[in-house]
Design a protein around this ligand. Structure first.
Ligand code: NAG
Length: 302
């Protein structure tokens, strides 16, 4: 399937495996109507609102039971490199798609034209099959060249950093980003893409599905590790599948993708925080991955 799967893609894969093995059954308590307000556009989030959001994320985590077999809680594919010299690459990947529940596209991909042409084909066949798509890194480069590839596909999540967000915004909205109001800028980009979920990574992660805006300010650290974005996109692959699978009664009517994004951002930040406690400035993404299990417990199994 891939001849050039980079280290970063393997990192994301490991994160997915670690996250899957860390999952446990959790059921949330009934949620009151105050929740609705937690998602309002202009309200500053209180501690209670944050806690309610976490409770919704806990709702979507599938129980671990003795009745399940391998793969039942989700099979996530990662396109982190393609057979750029193989005209049949799309066909090769398509054979796998029927077995996958979500696809992460972008980590370690590269930007060669022939390769991106294949990725474009993979996006098209995935959309036709309704497979959720998480797009990051060089995958976002492709979207900035051709926004119509993802426009209106509500099962997609884009995870741009500051630079990638600017590039996307200019491509889609044809004007420079107003950096003074990140929440408004993320909402606007999401809407311009037809309410595709956008996660702008930063000091706080800002998430929008075109209707609501959530901010994730879970404590991380000041250390940014190369590859930590792969931990986010990998865990998003898992959580998006879980959230869509859980159904609307578990998400209290809120967008599953919005909640999945909030969960993945929180987890990545908590991993960063815990790894930094141990390793300080020498923290690497590998150290963060080692924290996936404990961080997952801390956030979602309380
Ligand atoms: C996106 O969501 C907003 C807010 O709910 C809505 O007004 C708008 O019509 C939606 N756009 C599309 C393309 O569905």
């Amino acid at each position: 399937m891939a001849t050039r799967v980079g280290v970063v893609a393997a990192v994301a894969g490991a994160a997915v495996v670690a996250l899957l093995s860390a999952a446990l059954a959790l059921y949330g308590q009934p949620l009151d109507t105050a929740l609705k307000r937690a998602f309002s556009l202009h309200k500053v989030h209180s501690v209670k609102d944050m806690e309610n959001t976490f409770q919704l994320v806990r709702n979507i985590i599938p129980p671990l039971t003795t009745k399940k077999h391998k793969g039942q809680d989700g099979r996530i594919g990662i396109i982190g490199g393609c057979q750029d010299d193989n005209p049949k690459a799309v066909h090769e990947v398509e054979k796998w798609l029927s077995r996958l529940h979500a696809l992460v596209v972008g980590p370690g991909l590269g930007r060669e034209d022939a390769l991106l042409e294949n990725v474009k084909g993979i996006l098209e066949v995935s959309k036709a099959r309704g497979i959720p798509l998480i797009i990051d890194a060089d995958g976002l480069w492709l979207i900035a060249q051709q926004p119509t590839l993802i426009q209106g596909y509500r099962k997609a999540v884009l995870t741009p950093n500051h630079m990638e967000f600017g590039r996307l915004s200019e491509a889609v909205l044809k004007d420079p980003v107003d950096n003074s109001d990140r929440r408004a800028a993320v909402l606007r980009l999401s809407q311009a893409l037809g309410n595709v979920t956008v996660v702008q990574k930063g000091e706080q992660d800002v998430i929008s599905d075109g209707e609501h805006v959530l901010e994730c300010s879970q404590q991380g650290s000041n250390r940014r590790c190369g590859g930590q974005g792969d931990l986010l996109s990998g865990s998003l692959g898992v959580l998006v599948h879980w959230a869509l699978h859980a159904g609307p009664e578990k998400t209290n009517g809120f967008s599953p993708l919005l909640l999945a994004a909030f969960g993945a951002c929180s987890l990545t930040r908590q991993c960063n925080h815990q790894a930094f406690q141990k390793h300080g400035r020498s923290t690497t993404t590998t150290d963060m991955i080692a924290e996936v299990g404990p961080a997952f417990n801390t956030l979602f199994e309380t």
